[in-house]
Design a protein around this ligand. Structure first.
Ligand code: ATP
Length: 324
């Protein structure tokens, strides 16, 4: 095993509830293993600018229940360039940081994989994104909390929808993936679910509206923002044109899905993955992502997780259709 002393941790890309629980686990498991742990603020931006602070066990106390990330996060254009990554590497050398734990999504892991290869730095990824769109793990940190936020909001929308006999198109996050729409749709008993992974859903929706909608007190149609027609507003206007007699409303849940106190599930997953990242470094692993598959910790090469596509669970899609 290479003798590490100093390691860094950062959060990058979109924030997700549970990132703080992961930072806390990295810091405490790291200190327990004999490392000095440094927080790199604002993702790769802070790496380039040398915005790096020592993290003690006390520095991460009282954060497990908080959404967002105490290290803050950013999207950093300079990191796309070899010059930007060279500056970032020089800063790591200056601070004596020999390995980095990156908490983020597939963009963050692409950057991590590149700098790890260019400068032979061990980098361990922890999947942190509400989208759940990372190959090699059943769940990403923040996904469960986002689902619960959506369910709570849609339950409220359902009250007003059924009082007025309305059809609500509810747009949830998921630019390229429909994980949030699919699972929250099932949990809310949605009458329709439109996601980027499934084509031709508008026709299915038309069929439903022609045959069933009038028998129902209300209808909730969950729409992932990246769905093929272009989101809930577009779908709602198409349907309104075709069925002018229907009482239609649209709600875009937006950034509310990113915030809030993480669920117990996200806190525990984040804690396990944070500690597993430290174990992976001790075991001399380089350039891997920690995942959870069938409740067990797994290691997936970073370049594989960014190259491979994770599909939605087709059984859940079928189930959603049966249960309408
Ligand atoms: P989310 O899934 O929540 O959007 P993400 O990690 O995918 O999170 P991105 O905005 O795609 O978020 O990426 C975060 C940062 O990672 C970018 O701003 C950039 O600094 C770095 N990054 C992304 N792709 C690359 C790349 N191809 N080369 C170098 N760095 C990259």
């Amino acid at each position: 095993m290479e003798e590490f002393k100093k390691i860094g941790v950062l959060t990058s890309g979109g924030d997700a509830p549970g990132m703080n629980a992961a930072i806390r686990a990295v810091v405490r498991a790291g200190i327990h293993a004999g490392f000095e742990v440094y927080g790199i603020r604002r993702g790769y931006m802070g790496m380039i600018e040398g915005d790096i602070i020592p993290l003690t066990s006390q520095a991460v106390s009282g954060i497990i229940q908080n959404g967002g990330t105490i290290l803050q996060t950013a999207r950093c254009k300079e990191f796309f360039t070899p010059e930007g990554r060279k500056t970032a590497y020089d800063q790591l050398v200056k601070f004596g940081i020999q390995a980095v734990i990156v908490i983020g999504g597939d963009g963050s892991f692409t950057g991590a994989s590149i700098i790890s290869r260019e400068y032979d730095i061990p980098i361990i990824g922890i999947p942190g994104t509400i989208d759940n769109d990372l190959f090699g793990t059943d769940y990403t940190i923040g996904y469960d909390t986002a689902l619960n936020t959506v369910v709570e909001a849609v339950d409220k929308i359902r009250d007003t929808a059924s009082s007025h006999g309305r059809i609500f198109f509810v747009e949830v996050m998921g630019n390229e993936a429909g994980f949030v729409a699919l699972r929250s749709g099932i949990a809310c008993g949605a009458e329709g679910i439109l996601i980027p992974e499934e084509k031709g859903q508008l026709d299915r929706l038309r069929k439903y509206l022609a045959e069933r909608a009038r028998q129902k007190k209300s209808s909730i149609i969950m729409v992932a923002e990246g769905e093929e027609e272009g989101g809930a507003m577009t779908i709602a206007s198409i349907i309104k044109r075709e069925y002018p007699e229907l009482d239609i409303r649209t709600t875009i849940l937006g950034h509310i899905q990113r915030g809030g106190s993480p669920t117990a599930f996200d806190r525990v997953s984040a804690s396990r993955m944070g500690a597993a990242a430290i174990e992976a470094l001790i075991d001399d692993q380089k350039s891997i992502m920690i995942g959870i598959v069938n409740s067990e910790i797994v290691h997936v090469p970073l370049n594989k997780t960014v190259k491979m596509h994770k599909d939605v669970n087709r059984d859940l899609l079928k189930l959603a259709e049966i249960l309408v």
